[in-house]
Design a protein around this ligand. Structure first.
Ligand SMILES: *Cc1c(COP(=O)(O)O)cnc(C)c1O
Length: 418
């Protein structure tokens, strides 16, 4: 099944979701992007160049790792993980930004812009811009700039200009608005690097295509490693790019259950979480260039969201996944912050691995289900990123206060040297 074969349907739509909802002024730019993307997708040389770049720059193919200790401890299914954490910059985000970088080169543009909340996508985009020699500007809410100092530091040192946005609530939504304003003004030489499989067509399709490298590798590897296809595949869902990336490898394997794991935060109840589909608090709307499910109130104003994982803390969700959910091809589950903390602890102590807080949502759900499965069954989890970036949040969640003293000690040290 080709999810993106629009013959006989409306291009850019998945069921009734998706579309291109943008101001008229961006029409020409988005058309140009669509044409260039189509040409690239039909050109096998482009995909080869993409794969070679990721091999030499980011260590692909990332391996699959069996977790024998965790599997034995749970006494159920055999657990395997796809190691996107081993990529350069620490997550799957590099796949998408390097792909878009190649496309920018093809379009003859010289400047990229991006918006970022947690800073991970900004960090990856700054990396790509440095490598390709593009000018780059990263938009970030002022609140996020303060919260994500380490990412801002690396972006600036790789040569990107980080713009601290002081409008509205000074978070991701405001950064998106500012970034769109820049795009409208500088379309001729500028490409907007979207970080997840959301936004106006062709972005959901384009980002899904670049991330499908995860699924294509994983399907081959799991058969070699475990001798069979997995029974269930788990991935966390923020905007939905790592999930759709992995799921595409198994789309035609109808016996393989696909499970999207959303941020349950504090649990059900509007404002407590970012679970668009697993909890029933979201509804269909049009925003940020696309028609999909959003966490919004009856007036269409977006709700506050909460998750311990900054990368899952988002109001909307990939329209392709919504369509697959309605067709019951993908199941959605929510995982709470406290379940995530428990999953992290067990992964660290039994296997010596540190999943990112986002990825730990997939681990938590898989752990719950694997316990109930048979020993000859196989589950595959996408380890979308590494947890190093989350050290302070994880320390806080497991109640370790030593780092606070460490930071105070450092601060005192700098003060006395100054
Ligand atoms: C950004 C991020 C996510 C969420 O984004 P998706 O588009 O849903 O994949 C998940 N895991 C990690 C490690 C991230 O950095």
């Amino acid at each position: 099944m080709d999810l993106f074969d629009f013959r006989g349907g409306r291009e850019g739509y998945y069921g009734e979701y998706g579309g291109t909802f943008l101001p008229e002024i961006l029409h020409t730019t988005i058309e140009q992007l669509k044409v260039e993307f189509r040409n690239a997708k039909e050109d096998p040389e482009f995909w080869n160049e993409f794969v070679q770049l990721l091999q030499s720059y980011s260590g692909r193919p990332t391996p699959i790792t069996h977790l024998p200790n965790l599997s034995a401890r749970l006494g159920g299914a055999q657990i395997y993980i796809k190691r996107e954490d081993l990529n350069h910059t620490g997550s799957h985000k590099i796949n998408n930004v390097m792909g878009q970088g190649l496309l920018v080169k093809r379009m003859g543009k010289t400047r990229v812009i991006a918006e970022t909340g947690a800073g991970q996508h900004g960090y990856a985009t700054a990396t790509m811009a440095a490598r390709f020699g593009f000018d780059s500007k990263i938009y970030m809410g002022a609140v996020d700039v303060a919260r994500q100092r380490p990412n801002v530091f690396w972006m600036e040192n790789m040569g990107s200009e980080v713009i601290s946005v002081t409008d509205g609530q000074q978070t991701l939504k405001d950064a998106i608005n500012e970034c769109l304003r820049d795009w409208v003004t500088n379309m001729d030489n500028t490409h907007y690097v979207l970080g997840t499989a959301c936004g106006p067509h062709p972005f959901p399709e384009m980002v899904s295509w670049f991330q499908s490298i995860i699924g294509h590798e994983a399907r081959e590897q799991i058969v070699v490693e475990s001798g069979k296809l997995p029974d269930r595949v788990f991935a966390c869902v923020g905007g939905g790019s790592n999930a759709i990336g992995l799921f595409q490898g198994f789309m035609d394997d109808n016996k393989v259950q696909l499970v999207g794991c959303e941020a349950g935060g504090f649990g059900p109840g509007k404002g407590n979480h970012a679970a668009r589909l697993a909890y029933k608090d979201a509804s269909v709307g049009v925003a940020q260039g696309m028609k999909t499910y959003f966490l919004q109130n009856d007036d269409g104003n977006m709700l506050e969201t909460h998750s311990v994982a900054a990368g899952l803390d988002y109001i909307g969700v990939n329209p392709v996944l919504v369509h697959l959910w309605e067709q019951q091809r993908v199941r959605f589950e929510a995982v709470t912050d406290s379940e995530v903390t428990e999953a992290l602890k067990i992964c660290m102590t039994t296997e010596g691995i540190i999943p990112a807080l986002e990825s730990a949502h997939g681990f938590a759900q898989a752990i719950k289900e694997a316990e109930q499965m048979k020993r000859d069954e196989v589950v595959l989890i996408n380890m979308s990123g590494r947890g190093d970036k989350d050290i302070f949040t994880i320390a806080d969640a497991i109640g370790d206060n030593h780092w606070k003293q460490f930071i105070k000690h450092k601060a005192d040290g700098y003060n006395s040297e100054a």
